[in-house]
Design a protein around this ligand. Structure first.
Ligand code: IPD
Ligand code: CA
Ligand code: CA
Length: 262
């Protein structure tokens, strides 16, 4: 199954890379006011689903742009192009994300960055890897030297004031904050120590599934805004190297509690 996931991610990534710079904003469709989808997202998803279905015709699929099958047994969770806005502008940060769930638990995750040719993968209980080299989260415990990543709530601007409050409070405490525009890559960069913590609201399960296992298998922590459960279904995520989790949780809890699902 991991081989199939890697093959599908690489094939789709190759296709996306070949098409980078070919789509103009005017050719992108809108799903919501600031949420775009292109033919490349859809074709990438077809490439992935074809490869999976050939090997595992009975498995279910939850894919961002097409199939939405219920959980139970084996179910693949697919984001065929994470970072569509970047892709449309040829801003170099986008990825393919593929996870496999068994009875509601993620058992493998693959994220492929076609521009850097970096393949991140994890299987439950077997560690996390970048191009087959084991990876681990950072050991930074002091917020004053930490680098955080985040995502702006471009689909949910009704939360902008609260989000900016959380940004302001965290920004005062840490050395820097990045917004690269692909949550799958943010998670992988956290998993291999390129940044130390992350928060974002209202993500989809396809944004989170693969990267969350990669973070956990790399020794990191990922929770919802109550610092309790898996954030897959609320989509409100705190992720960190573990050591900085409380710093982020304290702010997020103070700002968002009572205003948003945990
Ligand atoms: C989006 C990107 C972005 C994040 C959004 C995601 P998409 O995914 O990962 O960084 O801020 O919330 O939905 O729509 O490009 O697949
Ligand atoms: Ca996404
Ligand atoms: Ca996507």
């Amino acid at each position: 199954m991991i081989k199939t996931a890697i093959k599908a991610a690489k094939e789709a990534g190759k296709f996306i890379k070949q098409n980078a710079g070919t789509i103009q904003s005017k050719n992108a469709d809108r799903k919501l006011a600031f949420d775009f989808v292109t033919d490349i997202d859809k074709e990438s998803e077809e490439i992935i689903i074809d490869i999976i279905k050939k090997e595992f015709p009975d498995h279910k699929i939850l894919a961002e742009e097409s199939l939405r099958q219920e959980s139970g047994g084996f179910r693949w969770i697919i984001d065929p192009l994470d970072g569509t806005t970047n892709f449309i502008h040829n801003y170099p940060a986008f990825a393919v994300s593929i996870a496999l769930e068994k009875d509601n638990e993620i058992i493998l995750g693959v994220v492929y960055d076609p521009l850097r040719d970096e393949l991140f993968h994890a299987e439950k209980g077997k560690g996390a890897f970048l191009d087959n080299t084991p990876i681990h989260v950072s050991a930074i415990a002091d917020p004053g030297v930490a680098l955080l990543a985040t995502g702006f709530p471009f689909r949910s601007k009704e939360y902008l004031d609260l989000y900016l409050k959380s940004f302001q409070q965290l920004f005062k405490q840490v050395s820097g904050i990045r917004r690269a525009g692909s949550v799958a890559l943010d998670f992988c960069h956290l998993a291999c120590g390129r940044c130390d913590g992350f928060w974002e609201i209202k993500l989809g399960p396809w944004d989170i599934a693969a990267g969350s296992l990669i973070i956990k298998e790399a020794g990191g922590l990922i929770t919802d805004f109550a610092n309790e459960d898996d954030p897959m279904w609320t989509g409100n995520v705190i992720a960190s190297n573990g050591l900085l989790h409380d710093t982020i949780f304290q702010v997020v809890n103070e700002v968002f509690k009572g205003h948003i699902d945990k």
